[in-house]
Every structure is written in C-alpha cells, then in structure tokens.
Design a protein around this ligand. Structure first.
Ligand code: MN
Length: 311
C-alpha cells in the first residue's frame, strides 16, 4: 500500500533577508503541485499552512538571532504537525519559506521516529553558523548546526531537548559558499560533505557510496532541498541564485538514486522565490525532484507521453 504524503506549507521568511520566499508554498500550489504529483502516482493530501506573522508586525529582537521568538513559535508548531502526521503513518512534503523552516519540520520528524533518522542536506551554503559565529544574524544560516546540537540552546532545544540529527547522520551535498566558521566545524566534528569541488573532481559515484552508507546507519532519511544548490540556469527562482550549482542532469540523477535506494520519510523544498522565477521553471523542477526523491517520476517527458497517448 502506498503511503499518503501530507503536504504542509510554512510561509516563513524571517530567517532570511530574501523577500519573496514567503510566497513559495502558495506559488507551488498555484502551479498545481498536488495535481502534478498525483499524476506521478503519488497520494498527496494538502494539509494547509502553518500561519506565520508578517515581518513588519515584529521587532527584530536579538541582532545575532533575528526574529527568534516568531521563528521558535513557528518551529514548535511545525514540529508538532509533522510529528503528528508521521506517527499516523504518512510521509511529508514541507514547502518553505526560507530554510529556517527545516528546523521545526525535521525536529518533528526526528522525534516521531525517536532519532532513527539521517539528513541529506542540499545547499550551496553550510547553514552551520551559530549565534556566536554569525555575521548576519539570519537564522537560515544557523539551523543545520542547531539540528545537530551546536549553538544556542533556544534553537537546539526546539520541541524537546534531544539532538535531532546525530552529527554522523548528516550528508551535506553541493556546498560551495561555506563560511570559515562552518569549514572549521565540519573539520572538527568530522561532518560528511560532498561539495561542488568533489562533484567536479570525482563525479557522482563516490556520492552514491556516501548515500548508501548513510542509509545503512539509520531507518529513515529526510531530504532538505535548498533550491540554491542548483545552477541558476535551471533554478533562477532560488532565494540566492547560484552560478556554480548542480546541473539539471546532476540533481535529477542524485534525486532518482535516493528515490530508488532510500527510505525517505520527508522532503522539504525551501528558498523558492516566485518573483525571480522564469516561466515557473524552478517550481517545475522542484516538483520533478519531489517525485524522484519519493521514487516516482514526473518530468517534461512523462508529460509528453501523457499528452501523446493513443486515444
Ligand atoms: Mn539553505
């Protein structure tokens, strides 16, 4: 029997400075994400959004963790919702919002499966600063450190006081703009990364080995996709468009591999800015990747076949 996948929107943009990503979830819906994924033989139930307050109604607060209170509130609510749906036996699609929405979503998933979970994290950036090392105070650059228990207790203690992702259960893919403090943390804690440099030097083969190893360590995997990991030629609608990102060929191949080999319990797609997208192509690619991460297939080619079926 196929799992139902609950689709949750978290239109939060307070973790970043990139205005526009708060519209990500509604823009995906506008581009028929549910219908398109259903056409790929997936069972999707849209469970709506976590309500988020608007930026201009809030005070910045601590400059090292801007808009912390509202981000914590949204994270707690998101965690509760995700946990509830996973315990029910569903899988999750979570649409951002900026990347800080992963904090609550992944925390909920981790608590639901008692920490038996690994994280494949696609991002051009490390998102591994803390309130001590940040130069911007934007929480979307810190939550990955928080999920592994590094940094301020208010962020690491989301939902409960467990470490949500054990540091050996992280695989970070596609980094090319890592801050010095993040490079230090990666070295000190032996975190597993496969950067653009590695993709160009060694190809995808060794990465598939790392994915297999991670899956052998845990029962479930969560996939976190920051669209800025993809080259801006293919994903112009990313919050921070990337000129040196993964190609369409690379990201779709990796997603297909994960869908075929891994037990994926949830995927978040974040930092979608529809204002910067061109003809909806970034959203369309996001939908294609979502299908692939769950072992299904949706692409221009499946659309072509559907349209040209003999009547
Ligand atoms: Mn990110």
């Amino acid at each position: 029997m196929k799992n139902t996948i609950s689709l949750l929107g978290i239109p939060l943009d307070l973790g970043a400075k990139n205005l526009g990503v708060d519209m990500g979830a509604s823009a995906f819906r506008y581009q028929d994400i549910v219908k398109k994924l259903m056409s790929a033989d997936m069972v999707i139930e849209d469970i709506g959004d976590i309500p988020c307050k608007a930026r201009d109604s809030l005070a910045i607060g601590d400059p090292k963790m801007k808009y912390l209170d509202e981000i914590l509130r949204v994270s707690e609510e998101s965690a509760k919702k995700v946990k509830q749906h996973i315990i029910k036996g569903n899988k999750m699609i979570v649409l951002g919002g900026d990347h800080s929405i992963s904090l609550g979503a992944i925390s909920g998933a981790s608590v639901a499966v008692k920490g038996d979970i690994g994280l494949i994290y696609f991002d051009a950036h490390g998102d591994m600063n803390t309130d001590k090392t940040t130069t911007t105070g934007n929480i979307h650059g810190m939550h990955l450190a928080s999920l592994m228990g590094f940094g301020n207790k208010k962020l690491t203690g989301i939902y409960d006081n467990t470490t949500k992702i054990a540091k050996q259960n992280l695989l970070h893919i596609g980094g090319n703009d890592l801050d010095e403090a993040e490079v230090q943390l990666i070295k000190k804690e032996n975190l597993v990364t496969y950067r653009i440099f590695d993709v160009l030097s060694y190809g995808l083969g060794p990465l598939f080995g790392l994915i297999d190893t991670l899956q052998s360590q845990v029962k479930y995997l969560w996939i976190s996709l920051d669209l800025d990991v993809i080259d801006s030629v293919y994903a112009p609608g990313a919050g921070m468009p990337n000129k040196a990102g993964l190609s369409y060929r690379e990201i779709t191949t990796i997603a297909q591999y994960i869908g075929e080999k891994c037990t994926v319990i949830g995927v978040d797609v974040v930092e979608y800015n529809p204002l910067q997208d061109i003809d909806g192509q970034t959203a369309e690619l996001g939908i294609e990747l979502l299908a692939k991460f769950f072992g299904h297939n949706y692409s221009w080619y499946t659309n072509y076949l559907e349209k040209n079926k003999i009547k």
